[in-house]
Design a protein around this ligand. Structure first.
Ligand SMILES: [Zn+2]
Length: 426
């Protein structure tokens, strides 16, 4: 049971005293670990697939052993000598979404998942825990990694995919490194991709708090070429050869565009400094998705490209939840059980609201806040969020995480993003 924000503020003050140095346990390289997640609607297994070494570390160097978003899963690294936690990160994965589909009741399937950790100096234990339906984290795999293992293949040391920095912050060392990859752009379409990558960068920085935190980011455009132009649309039998093999109809849902070829994606950017991934797909069809600490994938030819890419980055970078719900009164969706507090910072079931944005409410704000009085309260507790019209609440009448027409993130989302950026960089 975690009182998340409270725990956070306590751990921050402790960190000032006990913070470990990056150099104590790690060298300036990345250990990339590929896993296979497999299972069905009620069980999951994680198996180690491959390990590789990348030539630099482009992730955070601060608060290494802490997290501030619980995520649907957590990867932790422990010193084999002291058993002390020396690195931790949280994530989500397409596999968890698949587990909620009807197909998962009928068959076991496997999904690739890749994690980046700083390259350890000595042997370490690596552990992955997954969040169960009650919100507790259960151990799924724990294994020893010897940094001198001869089977850890070195990748990315030469001839990386062509890339250029489109936004430079303070330095690679203290910045959050974001890469933007081309999907479904042929070699001759790369100038178009460069334009779309620049729009992505500009749109993100138009939104508060990213606008005032621009120095904290490096953004790199990676020109991953595809043989064919556009992306695959299985329902019309259109299969294309593209850099990342993405396709619509993920889980038989028309608009859901994802890639399952996670290892190919990471191979394409081996040697380039990255910690967060945005994939731009060259198609006019509306679609995409964002998976926390995995990737954003969104389409560029659609008129709503600009707001959608920022919305999806809200998911993949900041772990924000969707604040919309399906219209039609009493439509329920079981993504978020109503008796458990979700880990995402911008929705609540009111089971542990104190750890969310309660401190941002003006005195006497009614909980829940009637939608008719939305004009009166800048921050409230409005029913309808996380795909459910009832039982889940959002912080504002509208937000970038709710509609494409809203201009900004709501105050609770803005605070959550800012906290995360500071956590990564300070
Ligand atoms: Zn919001």
């Amino acid at each position: 049971m975690k009182y998340f924000l409270l725990w956070c503020s306590i751990s921050f003050s402790l960190l000032n005293v006990t913070a470990q140095n990056f150099d104590d346990y790690f060298i300036e390289k990345t250990l990339r670990i590929d896993y296979i997640f497999s299972g069905n609607d009620h069980s999951e297994t994680i198996s180690l697939d491959q390990m590789s070494q990348l030539p630099q570390w482009a992730g955070r160097k601060h608060n290494l052993s802490e997290i501030i978003r619980d995520g649907n899963g957590q990867i932790s690294v422990f010193s084999s000598e002291s058993n002390k936690c020396i690195y931790k990160n949280s994530f989500s994965t397409l596999f968890f979404e698949w587990q909620t589909t009807p197909e998962a009741k009928t068959v076991r399937k496997s999904f690739e998942n890749t994690f980046l950790i700083p390259y350890p100096k000595e042997k370490v234990w690596v552990e992955i825990k997954l969040r169960d339906k009650k919100g507790f984290y259960q151990l799924a795999i724990r294994h020893l990694v010897d940094p001198n293992d001869i089977l850890i293949k070195k990748k990315g040391a030469s001839n990386p995919t062509p890339y250029h920095m489109i936004h430079r912050g303070d330095s690679t060392q203290n910045c959050i490194n974001v890469v933007i990859l081309a999907e479904g752009y042929t070699q001759v379409e790369m100038s178009k991709f460069r334009k779309h990558a620049q729009i992505t960068c500009d749109e993100i920085f138009k939104h508060s708090p990213f606008n005032k935190l621009q120095d904290k980011f490096n953004i790199i455009a990676v020109e991953t070429p595809s043989k064919d132009s556009g992306v695959s649309v299985p329902r019309t039998n259109k299969w294309k050869e593209t850099a990342l093999s993405s396709h619509f109809d993920t889980f038989y849902s028309d608009r859901y565009l994802t890639t399952s070829n996670v290892k190919d994606m990471h191979d394409a950017i081996a040697g380039i400094p990255y910690a967060h991934i945005i994939i731009l797909a060259n198609t006019e069809v509306y679609g995409g998705g964002g998976i926390f600490n995995a990737y954003t994938l969104t389409t560029t030819g659609h008129r709503d490209f600009n707001p959608v890419v920022v919305h999806e980055f809200g998911h993949s970078f900041a772990g924000l939840a969707d604040e919309y719900h399906y219209e039609g009164g009493d439509i329920f969706d079981d993504t978020y059980p109503h008796n458990i507090e979700p880990w995402e910072p911008n929705i609540t079931t009111l089971t542990k609201f104190a750890v969310k944005w309660k401190d941002m409410l003006a005195p006497q704000t009614p909980i829940p806040t009637p939608i008719e009085s939305a004009d009166k309260y800048k921050v409230g507790v409005f029913e309808g969020a996380g795909y459910s019209a009832k039982g889940i609440y959002r912080p504002a009448y509208d937000c970038r995480m709710k509609t494409n027409t809203c201009k900004d993130f709501c105050p609770a989302c803005q605070r959550a993003i800012e906290q995360l950026v500071k956590f990564y960089t300070e």
